[in-house]
Design a protein around this ligand. Structure first.
Ligand SMILES: C[S@@+](CC[C@H](N)C(=O)[O-])C[C@H]1O[C@@H](n2cnc3c(N)ncnc32)[C@H](O)[C@@H]1O
Length: 280
């Protein structure tokens, strides 16, 4: 396991199959180096000599936490505050005002691959900024449900504390002062931003029924890792998890085209997003 060459073609194929079935992530050809770079430490810590032995240990559930630890290590958790800006401008300038204009009192938002928390906390900051401008807003009780498959990312997200370097990725100095408080050499997200957000483990391949219905779903920068079939399945099931006229936000390089016709694309001055089509 110390060099890529030590993963046999058969073990690579078996590992790819395991990973795709467990969490949807497709490893292409020639990505043995990803297994080596992401799993070497785990295998060393667990005293597992090869990918073949790893797959066997996962099958036998010995140790029990191994499967989750492998999935955790194989996920890409790249994220930042106000990532791409556009979705948060669309929320503030179009979606939240529309909800107020129709007198909506309840708003449930799902951040469905929340990584270390920047996305749901950014949505919460966008809500606070909007409500500071629109004092009569009915969105005071808005809730954000944030989910991810990675237990370590969820633990970081729940902690709601970040170091200076992490804050530097996407936050303005004003927002940092307004929505974070210093704790030693770290920064804690303000209580009123944290309070709106709840975190749960959720594999996007599993059913969503227990989460309830949403008005807005963020599914950003995660579908890129999945096959066309998985993308179609996830998008169609997200459509079922939305209330009528609900909205979907994808990552800047992602699209629904070719995967589902449950949504209409909206091209606004602030960017592209999707609205659930009404039933005929
Ligand atoms: C690149 S991050 C995107 C984070 C955030 N949405 C953003 O756009 O900044 C992708 C996240 O998807 C999560 N993920 C990967 N496969 C998943 C699955 N099957 N179910 C739920 N989350 C998954 C990873 O753990 C990771 O935190």
């Amino acid at each position: 396991m110390d060099t890529v060459g030590n993963i046999s073609p058969q073990d690579y194929d078996r590992f790819k199959l395991f990973l795709e079935q467990a969490c949807g992530i497709l490893l292409g050809e020639g990505k043995q180096y990803l297994i080596t770079s992401r799993l070497t430490k785990l295998l060393r810590d667990e005293n597992i000599p090869s990918v073949s032995a790893l797959l066997q240990a996962i099958e036998m559930r010995q140790p029990r936490h191994l499967r989750d630890a492998v999935i955790d290590a194989m996920t890409t958790n790249e994220t930042s505050w106000f990532r791409d800006q556009s979705p948060f401008e669309i929320l503030a300038k179009e979606v939240f005002p529309e909800m107020d204009s129709i007198g909506k009192r309840q708003c449930r938002i799902w951040s469905s691959a929340c990584s270390s928390g920047q996305e749901p906390y950014t949505i919460s900051i966008a809500l606070s900024e909007y409500m500071a401008k629109v004092s009569a807003s009915g969105l005071v009780n808005a809730q954000i449900v944030a989910t991810d498959i990675s237990m370590s990312m969820l633990a970081t997200a729940k902690q709601a504390e970040y170091d200076e370097g992490v804050l530097g990725r996407g936050l303005t100095a004003e927002r940092k002062q307004q929505f974070f408080k210093p704790i030693g050499d770290r920064w804690r997200v303000a209580d009123d931003i944290v309070r709106r957000v709840s975190f749960n483990e959720q594999n996007l391949l599993s059913t969503y029924g227990a989460l309830g219905k949403f008005d807005i779903i963020f599914c950003r920068n995660v579908l890129i890792y999945f096959s066309a079939e998985r993308k179609a399945d996830i998008l169609n099931r997200m459509a079922l998890a939305l209330n009528p006229d609900g909205y979907l936000f994808l990552g800047a390089s992602e699209t629904i085209n070719g995967y589902t016709d449950a949504f209409e694309m909206i091209r606004s001055p602030h960017g592209v997003f999707y609205r659930l089509k009404s039933k005929p």
